[in-house]
Every structure is written in C-alpha cells, then in structure tokens.
Design a protein around this ligand. Sequence first.
Ligand SMILES: NC(=O)C1=CN([C@@H]2O[C@H](COP(=O)(O)OP(=O)(O)OC[C@H]3O[C@@H](n4cnc5c(N)ncnc54)[C@H](O)[C@@H]3O)[C@@H](O)[C@H]2O)[C@@H](O)CC1
Ligand SMILES: Nc1ncnc2c1ncn2[C@@H]1O[C@H](COP(=O)(O)OP(=O)(O)O)[C@@H](O)[C@H]1O
Ligand SMILES: [K+]
Length: 504
Amino acid sequence: MYIVTAKEMYDIDQFSMDRVEMDGSMLMENAGREIAQRVSSMINFEQALCILVGSGNNGGDGFVIARTLLNMGYKVTVLQVVEDKKIVGHAAYHKRLYLKCDGILKQLNEINDVQEELNKEDVIVDAMIGIGVKGDLREPLYSLVNQINRLDNLVLSVDIPSGLPTDEGVADFTAVQADHTFVIGAIKQTAFIQHTAPSYGKWECSSIGFPQAAFKQLEMERKVWTKAAFQRTFPERSEYDHKGDHGKGLVIGGSSNMPGALGLTTRAALRSGAGLVTAATTDSVIKRIASFCPEATFVTVPEINGHLKYGNDIDYKGFDAVAIGIGLGREAASRPVIRHAAAAKIPLIIDGDGLTHLKADLEVLDEREEPVILTPHPGEMAMLLDLSVKDVLMRPFHYAKKFATDHGVYVVLKGAFTVITDPNGKQAVNTTGNAGLAKGGSGDVLTGIILAMIMQKQSIFEGLCNACFVHGKSADLLIQESHSQHDLLASDVIEGLSLVYRTF
Ligand SMILES: NC(=O)C1=CN([C@@H]2O[C@H](COP(=O)(O)OP(=O)(O)OC[C@H]3O[C@@H](n4cnc5c(N)ncnc54)[C@H](O)[C@@H]3O)[C@@H](O)[C@H]2O)[C@@H](O)CC1
Ligand SMILES: Nc1ncnc2c1ncn2[C@@H]1O[C@H](COP(=O)(O)OP(=O)(O)O)[C@@H](O)[C@H]1O
Ligand SMILES: [K+]
C-alpha cells in the first residue's frame, strides 16, 4: 500500500486520466461506490445519514456515496456546505444524478440551527474537503467542523478528515475528528505523523482502479509494510540448513551502569534466528549477562571506569554482521570502538550511544562500502541532524530520507510508526506495535532482531522492515494473549517472538 503526498496523489490521478484515458467521473463513481459498500456494512436501515458535501471532488465522492446508499434503501440527506455555483465538473454531474434519483438536498446557509439539524442524524459522512485543502479552514467550514467535533454521532470521513493536511510538516490545523476514514487509492502521509494520525480514527484504504503504472511513475517508493509484505519476503528455512547458514553476529556494547541492554540484544538476536551470536564487552558485563543468554559466546574487551576502551583488539574475522552501541555509554574513551567497527568489512548496525559517538565522527560513514544501518529514536535523529525533537516528529519522512541519502546509510527512525529508509530514499512504515513498547529496553531488543534479520536470505531493506514488523507484532500478540501495555517488558517481547513465528 502506497503512502503519498498530495502532489503524488494528483500525479497518480493525472496519469490515470491522461495516459490511461480513465474518465474522472468514472473514478469518482468507483470511489463513492466502494465507500458506500463499506459504510453500509457498518450501519442499519433505521439510522439516518447526513452526507456533508463541499465544493471539490471530495464533495463529488459524497454525491456518489449519497446516491448509492439511497438506492440501497438507506435514509439519506445531503447537506451542501457551499453555494451551488461552486459545484462544477464531475462533482456537478454526480450531483445531477443524485437529484434525479430523488435525493434530498439541503443547503447549509438555509439552516437556522445547524447543531439541532445535525443532532437529528445518526451518522455524519464528511465529504467536505479532501486533499485539496489549502491553509486553515475558512468560515463557515471552520465553525461547522468545530460543531461536528462536539457531536456524539458516528463520523465517517471520505479520503481524509476535512481540514487535515495531506503532507507532513503542518503544526496547526482545525480538522474533523473522524471515527473512521475511508481512504481513496493510497494512504496519505499524515496518517503516520504523531499529531495528525489520531484525526483519522481507524482507517481503511480502497482501490478505485488506478493502474499500477500510475504508482510506479512516482519518483520514490513509500509504502506501508504489511503482513502480506512480511509473508512474501520472510525467508524460509530449509531442513538441510546448519548454524552457519543463518549468520554469525557480533554485538558490541555494555557498560557497568547498563549491562542488561547488551543481554537483551544478544538474546533477541538468538531468538530471531541468528545462527551464532558473540557479545564483545567488559568482563564485569559478561559476568552479569551470561546466564541470560547461555547460547551466546563472549569476547572480553578492556575497560576504563566500567566502559569499553579503544576496541582495537576486537577481531571481526568470521562474522557476518555487527551491532554496536547498545548500552555503551558516552564515555569519550569508548569512541574509538565505533571507528574500529566501521573499518570492518561487514554490515554495521549503530544503535543507542553509538549514535552519539558517531555524531562526533560522521566521516567514518563516507569511507564505508558495506551497508550501515542506524536505528535512532526521534531524540537521536534530532541530535544527528542538529534539530529539535519537534522538528523530527513533524517531518519524519523528510528528515529520515535526508540523512539516509546524504550519508548513504539505512535509517530506522523508531516510534509509534517506525520509518525505514534505504540509502536511495525508498521508504516503508511499520505499523505493528503498541504503547507497551514505550519502555526502556525495547529498542535494544529491536537491534538484536535487526542483526539476525539482515544475516538471512533477504535484502537489507526487507530485513529491516521484517525486523520492525516482528518486534511490534510480538508486543501486539502478547497484549492480546497474556499481557497488558502496563506490564509488558522488553524481555517479554523476546519471548513473544515465538508466538509471531508460529502465528505466521
Ligand atoms: N479523479 C479524481 O479527481 C478523483 C478525486 N477524488 C477525490 O477528490 C479529492 C480532491 O479533490 P479536489 O482537488 O477537488 O479538492 P477537494 O475536494 O479536496 O477540496 C477543494 C475545495 O475545497 C475548498 N477549500 C480548500 N481549502 C479550503 C479552506 N482552507 N477552507 C475552506 N475551503 C477550502 C476549495 O475552495 C475547493 O473548492 C480527493 O480527496 C478525493 O476525495 C476521488 O474522487 C477519486 C478520483
Ligand atoms: N507507542 C508505540 N507504539 C508502537 N511502537 C512503539 C511505541 N513506542 C515505542 N515503540 C517502539 O519501541 C522501541 C523503542 O526504542 P527506543 O526508543 O530505542 O527504546 P530504548 O531506549 O528502550 O531502547 C522502538 O522500536 C519503537 O518503534
Ligand atoms: K473529507
């Protein structure tokens, strides 16, 4: 499923109409019918529906939905929120069809008490403005949207809640708070931004006949990583495999104050299918974590004040990938460890405090040919880019892509919606997971899963997407079966991986 900006959606539309010669009113018919079918599965014939239509094509969709539901036998009223003369083109055509099917139409400016009028309805269908919104809502829509948001009725938005921006980067707006949004053709960027996503309520996306070629012509691919994508790309094991076939991974990190982090990463890598995992850390950390991951082997690294020192004696030979930085601490003496790891000719994952050390030494990325994967949370991404966390949360797609393409690295920007970006700017969003993961240690577990995944027979990008998918899915299944968001621990997420593998 594609994730689009408004411009990309209009390009898809234009391509379908100009190059493939699809008729605009046919696409509108497809959209409206598809949505009407879905609405009818949510309501009963006793309920009264009011469809609010605006001036653009979003309003046109509203007229098709109204006609289709009316013809199915539902109690439908259209409330037109703009003057007649503003309804033009395909929307005007569909308005005519609705009226010729004996549809009831009321005008907003002829109603005395809008609140009372809307209170009579059970269901509000919001087809006022779609992706064509420009700036803040003007009157009378501004007041109307505020009134709608005070109602208890079921509110269903068409394509996007009216007033909500399509693209990331807008801080302030007034928009319909939908219970459910029926997205048309491709899901919009703001469905994955922390402060705009809630406006959509639950959402589902329907295809209305746009050809594949219309999506393929987009400059860059941006998709939701779905269950189907996971099932299509996740490598199967052969019965003749041996441990060497699934990769030998190295994890480097740990310090006297944070010994557990490295234990979580090591155990998560083993649980996610790595053939062999070695943890390189200080003697005291090894003593503290060894019993938590008995299948691992260990390499002792010299220490200074409880932190790793230099790291020039770690031997990378024989390993297929390395993850560094987990629980490492920010002691300057540990910084060379990153530089040495960057010189190893195997894929490199840099996490946690490793990212802080990297920031002081970014040129090490320029010299590398093998893949580099960075796994920042928004705070670490902001630190790497000299921005505020708010900036990053406002435009995660843009900033993750900027860093990934500027430095030729993979970026896994973690959060409620994790954005995975490859060095060319291709992006995917993972939607599994829940707030039970917003706890210390969850990221360490993800790093271990990533290490295991990138050593299996799949591309790095697919490996990263699948790692985020199973990490979140483990938390989701645990919440369903035996835990709550309150008590879920990072170590539970490791044990939950068995549930994910067995379910899929
Ligand atoms: N082939 C097509 O053109 C298709 C278009 N589709 C629908 O068309 C929508 C996009 O249609 P349009 O480009 O016509 O735009 P919209 O219908 O989203 O909105 C444009 C209208 O909203 C008004 N408006 C914009 N900003 C405003 C503000 N701040 N305050 C008050 N009024 C404002 C404008 O005056 C304009 O008339 C999509 O979201 C989707 O619902 C679908 O029907 C699928 C096919
Ligand atoms: N509300 C949430 N919904 C889904 N996933 C979440 C949520 N909050 C955090 N996560 C996930 O939990 C992990 C937290 O990682 P990170 O911030 O590095 O934590 P830590 O510092 O504990 O390692 C990330 O994979 C992130 O995507
Ligand atoms: K809308």
